[in-house]
Design a protein around this ligand. Structure first.
Ligand code: ADP
Ligand code: MG
Ligand code: MG
Length: 474
C-alpha cells in the first residue's frame, strides 16, 4: 500500500526543474555534502543524495520511537555491563568469526588488567521501519559505534522546509519535527569531556583512511568547537594511533603530545579498517587508557547482531529493566530474531529460512551496510554452510515490510531526479554516559530518516540506492 505524500505528486516539469536546482544549491551551500567515491578530491564536495520532499511517517509511531530511546539507552548500557551475558551470547560466534573474537579478546584483556576508565559513553542510533502489516514500528538494529548522519539530518530538515515553502506549502512546515541531533550528540561528547576533567585534554575522532562522509563528521567537530572553543578536536586513523599513540604511567592516552579525554569512533567497526596488527594494537591501547571511549569495547560488542537476537529471547529484557510497562514497550518493537547455531533451535530457524527465504534477512556480525544476505541468496548460502560451525556467525531476522511512497531521489551522479517508489528507515539517536553502577546522562537526542528505492535490499546513502530524508508527520 502507498502512504500519502506530503504534497500531490508528480510536480509539473517546469516547477520540478526549478525547485531541484534550488534544492541542490541549498544543500551544497549549507553543507549537506559528501566527497565523491567516483571522483574523490579534498578540494570539492558534492551534495549528499537526498529526497526532494520529506517522507511521510505516522506520527504516533514516530512519537513512540522517540519515547523509547532513553529506555533503549538504559537497556544497552546494562547489557554492555553484563560480562556473562555478552560472553554467552557471543562465544559461538567468536569461534568462527575472527573479527568478533579479536574484539572480545580486547575486552577480556582489559578486564583482566583492571579497567582504567569505568565510564562509557554511547552515542546510539536505534533504527526502525514502520511495519505495515503490524501497523507498528519494528527495530532493524541498534548501532553502538559510528552512528552517523546526525549532523546532515539536522541541517536537511531546513532544506525540506525551504523546498516546501518554495512550492507554496507553508502550511505544512509545522509537520516537520525539529531535529537537534547534532547538538545532542556533541553535547554528549562535551559532558564526557567534563567528566574526564582535564581542561587541556582533547576529543579524538577515529576516522577512516579516506573519509567520504566528511561534512557529517566536520559538523560534529565544528559544533564541539562552537560549544566550547577550549576543547581541541583531533582526527586520526587507527594506523596513526598505532604508530604514535602512547599511554603514560597514569594510563593517560597521548597522541602527538595531546592528552585525549574522549575518543569518538567513526571507524574501527569493520575488519578492513584493521590493515595489520598495528591497528589492533591501537584499539587495545585506547581501550587500556583512561580516555572515555565512544564506544568502549563492551558497548561495541553489545551492539552486535547476535546480542540483539539474544535480547529478543523470552525473559531476557526482563533481566535488565524493572518496570513491566517499559519491558512490554521494548518487546513491542522486536521482530522475529533467530539463532542459527548447529543445534535444534538453529536447525529449526535454518529450515524456516530454506522454506521461505523471502521472509527473512540473514545477518553476520558486521556493521556499515552491505553485509546481509537476502531472498534466494539465503537458500544458496545456507545450503553451503549448513554442516559447518560457520552458522554461529549469522542470525536470521524476520523481514519488516514498510509501506511504499513516491518521491524524487536526487543524487549527484544522476542528471535528472528519479521519481520512484521508496521506503524509509527512521533512526533515533540517544546519548548515555555512565559506569556499571551509575548512569550520569541518559537522553534522547534527535532523529534521522534514510530513504531507499523500494526494490533495493539496503539503502546505504553512499552506495547508490539510499538517500537522506526528513520526517513529515501524518
Ligand atoms: P548494518 O549494521 O550493516 O547497518 P542492518 O541490520 O541495519 O545492518 O541492515 C542493513 C540494512 O538492511 C537496513 O538498513 C535495512 O535496509 C535492511 N534490513 C535489515 N534488516 C531488515 C529487516 N529485518 N527487514 C527488512 N530490511 C532489513
Ligand atoms: Mg549497524
Ligand atoms: Mg543499519
Amino acid at each position: 500500500m502507498y502512504m500519502d505524500t506530503c504534497i500531490p505528486l508528480p510536480l509539473e516539469q517546469e516547477v520540478l526543474d526549478d525547485v531541484v536546482d534550488k534544492a541542490k544549491d541549498w544543500a551544497l551551500m549549507h553543507g549537506v555534502g559528501m566527497r565523491r567515491k567516483d571522483n574523490f578530491s579534498k578540494e570539492s564536495l558534492s551534495f549528499a543524495p537526498f529526497l526532494l520532499l520529506p517522507s511521510t511517517f505516522p506520527r504516533a509511531e514516530f512519537d513512540r520511537s522517540l519515547k523509547l530511546q532513553t529506555l533503549l539507552n538504559e537497556l544497552v548500557h546494562r547489557v554492555a555491563h553484563d560480562y556473562d551475558f555478552l560472553h554467552q551470547s557471543l562465544s559461538n560466534a567468536c569461534k568462527v568469526d575472527e573479527f568478533t573474537r579479536r574484539l572480545f579478546e580486547i575486552y577480556d584483556t582489559v578486564r583482566q588488567e583492571g579497567v582504567a576508565q569505568e565510564v562509557s559513553m554511547g552515542l546510539l542510533r536505534s533504527d526502525y521501519f514502520f511495519d505495515e502489516p503490524r501497523n507498528s514500528v519494528k527495530q532493524v538494529e541498534i548501532n553502538t559505534i559510528a552512528s552517523s548522519f546526525g549532523a546532515l539530518s539536522t541541517v536537511l530538515v531546513h532544506a525540506h522546509r525551504y523546498i516546501l515553502a518554495e512550492l507554496g506549502h507553508q502550511d505544512k512546515l509545522e509537520r516537520l519535527p525539529d531535529n537537534n541531533a547534532l547538538q545532542g550528540l556533541c553535547g554528549g561528547m562535551l559532558k564526557a569531556w567534563s567528566i574526564y576533567g582535564r581542561d587541556s585534554a582533547g576529543i579524538l575522532f577515529i576516522i577512516e583512511d579516506v573519509t567520504y562522509n566528511i561534512c557529517d563528521q566536520r559538523f560534529h567537530e565544528f559544533e564541539i568547537r562552537k560549544m566550547n572553543p577550549n576543547v581541541k578536536v583531533l582526527r586520526k586513523n587507527l594506523t596513526e594511533i598505532g604508530a604514535r599513540g602512547i599511554i603514560d604511567s597514569e594510563k593517560r592516552l597521548l597522541i602527538d603530545g595531546v592528552e585525549i579525554a574522549v575518543i569518538y569512533f567513526r571507524s574501527g567497526y569493520a575488519p578492513e579498517q584493521y590493515h595489520s596488527e598495528l591497528e589492533w594494537k591501537a584499539r587495545l591501547l585506547m581501550e587500556r587508557s583512561l580516555a572515555i571511549k565512544c564506544p568502549s569495547i563492551h558497548y561495541h560488542l553489545a551492539g552486535s547482531k547476535k546480542v540483539q537476537q539474544e535480547l529478543a529471547r523470552p525473559g531476557v529484557v526482563e533481566k535488565y529493566l524493572n518496570n513491566l510497562e517499559d519491558i512490554e514497550s521494548i518487546k513491542g518493537i522486536f521482530t522475529g530474531l533467530f539463532p542459527l547455531d548447529r543445534n535444534e533451535a538453529g536447525d529449526q530457524a535454518l529450515n524456516m529460512a530454506l522454506q521461505n527465504p523471502n521472509n527473512y534477512v540473514l545477518k553476520p556480525q558486521r556493521e556499515g551496510g552491505g553485509n546481509n544476505i537476502y531472498g534466494d541468496d539465503i537458500r544458496e548460502f545456507l545450503m553451503k554452510i549448513k554442516d559447518s560451525d560457520e552458522r554461529s556467525a549469522w542470525i536470521l531476522m524476520e523481514k519488516i515490510t514498510p509501506p511504499l511512497q513516491r518521491n524524487y531521489m536526487i543524487r549527484p551522479t544522476l542528471k535528472e531526479p528519479m521519481f520512484t517508489d521508496v521506503v524509509s528507515e527512521l533512526g533515533i539517536f540517544g546519548v548515555i554516559i555512565g559506569d556499571a553502577t551509575n548512569i550520569m546522562v541518559n537522553e534522547l537526542s534527535g532523529h534521522m530518516l534514510r530513504t531507499k528505492v523500494c526494490s533495493a535490499n539496503e539503502g546505504g546513502v553512499a552506495s547508490g540506492l539510499g538517500a537522506l530524508d526528513s520526517v513529515y508527520l501524518e
